[in-house]
Design a protein around this ligand. Structure first.
Ligand code: NAI
Length: 354
């Protein structure tokens, strides 16, 4: 429990609309789906599969991540609401075709939650789900656009804006990347092609070796990636990485990464601010994956979606500038902007009903 609160108390406090617990014993499926706020549009959010110490811990993760999706959609100017699903289990061991089919069945029964890939769910799983349900995002076959790459493009542009705020050029940066998965690897490739010097860590040694040989990266242990000297620390693995234990260790000037829910608590963003470390808010930086929906639904074409994702850089630049003038840490300012957007949308909804 977070601060001793129960899951339902947290859902109340954070304003969640629905919290759905799923159990299908025959299929070995245990999952939680959280729908946060659909003021701006229908519920959307990825599905994550990983081990959790308890179903309560999984529910809290779903609550946090779905709230972040609401913020992400609002800041990316998208007409979607925030939601998220977590499947409890080890993706290597427990992800069977029977489990995937049972999960597709759940999505069909719920009917108002649209999902996609997140940690532990890969392109193969998405394709398998896509044969059984329409409630899953898939870019059209043969397309060169993919959600993880769009996410990486957004991170690159957010980093460029952050470098400018620090008075530096992107190509002169040293970037410490934590996690070389679907997003982290693509990010590393893109940064390396701009001449950025990379320090990389992953629990999977094969990914690190590949980054050394193909990108000229320097390997760092998964522990020392937190205190290696670098201009930018880029978290691209799990959440909660910015906390009481890690913040005093950081030796970077800025944090820009794709991982969701990087701050263990909002006060950790204040701690970073006090230390003079620029924190580019995760849900602004990593909106590229969500934006891919615009391409998938035919709202824009390939150049259009790249241009839209590239705009993340401008949003980050504006946020960092306003953070200076308003004397408010960037994460607080972003939360405030989201609240204002939601309040304005609620007002329009209420007046159209009245
Ligand atoms: P992934 O599961 O493909 O990659 C995560 C990588 O981190 C893996 O290579 C794993 O071995 C590594 N890792 C795990 N623990 C680690 C540790 N302690 N130290 C170093 N490396 C570690 O996940 P993916 O899809 O790349 O997502 C990464 C993060 O970005 C997640 O937080 C996800 O929620 C977020 N995100 C992903 C999007 C997408 O389009 N895939 C979109 C927006 C956010």
């Amino acid at each position: 429990m977070e601060n001793g609160q129960g899951v339902m108390d947290l859902a109340d406090e954070w304003g969640h609309e629905e919290l759905i617990f799923v159990r299908d014993r025959a299929a070995g499926l245990r999952a939680v789906i959280a729908i946060h706020d659909t003021t701006l549009g229908p519920a959307v959010g990825g599905t994550r599969m990983r081990m959790y110490p308890s179903i309560e811990a999984a529910a809290i993760d779903a609550l946090r991540l779905s709230r972040a999706m609401t913020c992400k959609a609002a800041m990316a100017e998208m007409a979607w609401g925030g939601a998220k699903a977590v499947i409890v289990g080890d993706p290597q061991r427990d992800k069977t075709p029977v489990l995937i089919a049972a999960y597709a069945d759940v999505l069909n029964r719920i009917g108002h939650f649209h999902t996609g890939a997140d940690m532990g769910i890969d392109g193969g799983d998405v394709a398998a789900l896509g044969r059984l349900t329409k409630h899953i995002s898939q870019v059209p076959a043969g397309s060169s656009v993919d959600a993880a790459d769009l996410t990486a493009i957004g991170v690159v542009e957010a980093m460029r804006a952050t470098a400018a705020a620090m008075g530096a050029n992107q190509g002169d940066l040293r970037v410490a990347i934590q996690g070389l998965g679907e997003v982290g690897w693509r990010l590393a490739c893109r940064l390396a092609s701009e001449g950025v010097r990379l320090l990389v860590a992953d629990t999977d040694g094969a990914k690190v070796r590949r980054a050394i040989t193909e990108l000229g990266a320097r390997a760092v242990s998964t522990d020392s990636i937190l205190d290696v000297e670098a201009d930018v620390f880029s978290p691209n693995a799990g959440g909660g990485i910015l906390n009481d234990a890690t913040i005093p260790r950081l030796r970077c000037r800025a944090i820009v990464g794709a991982a969701n829910e990087q701050l263990a608590e909002p006060r950790h963003g204040d701690l970073l601010h006090d230390r003079g470390i620029i924190y580019a808010p995760d849900y602004v930086v990593n909106a590229g994956g969500l934006l891919s929906l615009l391409y998938e639904t035919g709202e824009t074409d390939e150049p259009g979606i790249i241009a839209r994702v590239t705009r993340i850089g401008r949003t980050v630049a504006t946020l960092l500038e306003r953070s200076e003038t308003d004397r408010l840490p960037p994460h607080r300012l972003a939360d405030k902007m989201v609240e204002e957007k939601l309040a304005a949308a609620r007002k329009i909804l209420t007046s159209s009903i009245a």
